[in-house]
Design a protein around this ligand. Structure first.
Ligand SMILES: Cc1cc2nc3c(=O)[nH]c(=O)nc-3n(C[C@H](O)[C@H](O)[C@H](O)COP(=O)(O)OP(=O)(O)OC[C@H]3O[C@@H](n4cnc5c(N)ncnc54)[C@H](O)[C@@H]3O)c2cc1C
Length: 383
């Protein structure tokens, strides 16, 4: 038996003994995610228990170093863990922007003190993070951001506004881009972390077409940020921001995998032959995407992926996810448009479909991803 075989059988036995049966049921949507954080209310004892045992083992972030709350697993062991979790239908114990976005940036750019302080809290789900990048005048042109941080000796004084800040009203801390110099557009930005409970921070939820308010306008009015809460060098936050965006796009690309519920054909079984053909074509593309993702995720984690490949995968994954939901709606006919009934689980299909419309905007729009691919992968003249 190889070491990896032994790891697989130990992992299988441990998961069997420790993953509560309730955490093996397929997720009914957003409400079954566990986000953690200071104000988190667990949905059930099983959800709490699952987070605790996984965090204890470092398996909320299996490939992070043990010193920072991770599991210290190799890429192969991490893959085995994922496969064994998928085998029993185990839910992710924790969903967090700390894990998918901030953590990788801290591992690369953080000081040792910052890593020791923030990463274990992220791994244990103690702090919920939000992302303060976009502003009313800076989305695709993110480096045009105006939120300013003035040097006040022992702290930065932050004033300005962010927008589309996902879960800002529920987050404990924010990772935020601020302007610390006006001398250069890109080299005048710093990457700072601060507590959302700091005086001067306020949020206002924005209502979406799907009926929910997952994101906010976020206002900073004379917010004092201690100097040691800058990640990377002052005025060099753009490097941190771009690196984090690669990880955000990697995470969003995963939407193209469409969960663990099998092929769309096996779920929908449409009678209409034209729709059946479209569903079959979708399933073929989804399989191709899954195969490509496997290679991409591994190369990305190993630092071997082309720097623009997260843009390519984000584009492909989100367009695929939008197509999947279009087909679900087409197969459901007018029934799928039900909004409030118990029969439709409060309009789950329609609300999920509307939510996917944002997939090709969040994390950078499809047009911007295509520009990046055109320029950096295809070598076409600058966009
Ligand atoms: C669901 C959701 C969650 C989000 N969460 C967060 C968050 O947590 N934190 C955060 O900071 N931001 C968040 N965002 C904001 C997101 O990053 C921005 O919406 C996105 O970057 C686009 O910026 P914008 O909305 O200002 O659009 P604009 O930049 O104004 O773009 C408008 C249109 O013009 C096109 N366009 C712009 N420039 C070009 C160009 N050079 N070439 C071709 N076309 C172009 C765009 O593709 C788009 O179609 C979220 C957005 C959504 C939808």
């Amino acid at each position: 038996m190889t070491d990896l075989d032994a790891f697989r059988s130990d992992t299988r036995a441990w998961l069997e003994a420790n993953c509560p049966p309730e955490m093996r049921q397929s997720m009914r949507g957003e409400k079954d995610l566990c986000w953690g954080g200071r104000n988190w209310t667990f949905q059930s004892d099983a959800q709490r228990q699952w987070l605790e045992v996984m965090a204890e083992r470092g398996w909320t972030v299996p490939d992070w170093p043990k010193d920072y709350g991770g599991g210290g697993l190799s890429a192969e062991e991490t893959r085995v863990l994922k496969q064994e979790m998928a085998r029993i239908g185990a839910r992710p114990p924790l969903t967090s922007f700390g894990i998918s976005m901030l953590g990788p940036a801290l591992l690369k750019f953080g000081t040792e003190e910052q890593k020791k302080h923030y990463l274990p809290q992220i791994a244990r789900g103690e702090i919920r993070w939000c992302q303060g990048y976009s502003e009313p005048g800076a989305g695709s042109d993110l480096a045009g951001l105006q939120t300013k941080a003035e040097d006040k000796g022992d702290h930065w004084l932050v004033n300005g506004q962010k927008v589309w800040t996902s879960y800002a009203d529920k987050a404990d801390w924010i990772f935020c881009l601020v302007r610390t110099s006006t001398e250069s557009k890109h080299q005048g930005i710093s990457f700072v972390l601060f507590d959302m409970a700091t005086p001067g921070v306020s949020t206002k939820p924005i209502l979406l077409i799907s009926g929910s308010s997952p994101f906010c306008e976020t206002f900073f009015d004379d917010v004092k940020v201690p100097k040691d809460q800058v990640v990377g060098e002052v005025n060099r936050g753009w490097d941190v921001a771009k690196y984090l965006l690669g990880h955000e796009r990697e995470m969003i690309a995963g939407m193209g995998l469409g969960g663990t519920d099998g092929t769309l054909g096996s779920l929908l079984k449409p009678d209409d032959p034209f729709l059946r053909a479209e569903v079959a074509a979708f399933d073929v593309d989804a399989l191709a995407f899954a195969a490509m993702s496997e290679r991409f995720f591994e190369m990305f984690k190993a630092g071997e992926a082309h720097p623009a490949s997260p843009s390519m995968m984000k584009y492909a994954g989100t367009e695929l996810n939008k197509r999947r939901h279009e087909l679900v709606m087409a197969a459901g006919g007018s029934d799928a448009l039900e909004w409030d009934s118990e029969r439709s689980s409060e309009g789950k299909a329609a609300r999920d479909w509307l939510r996917t419309k944002a997939n090709s905007i969040e994390g950078g729009t499809s047009e911007i991803q295509l520009n990046i691919v055109a320029k950096h992968i295809l070598g076409l003249p600058g966009a």
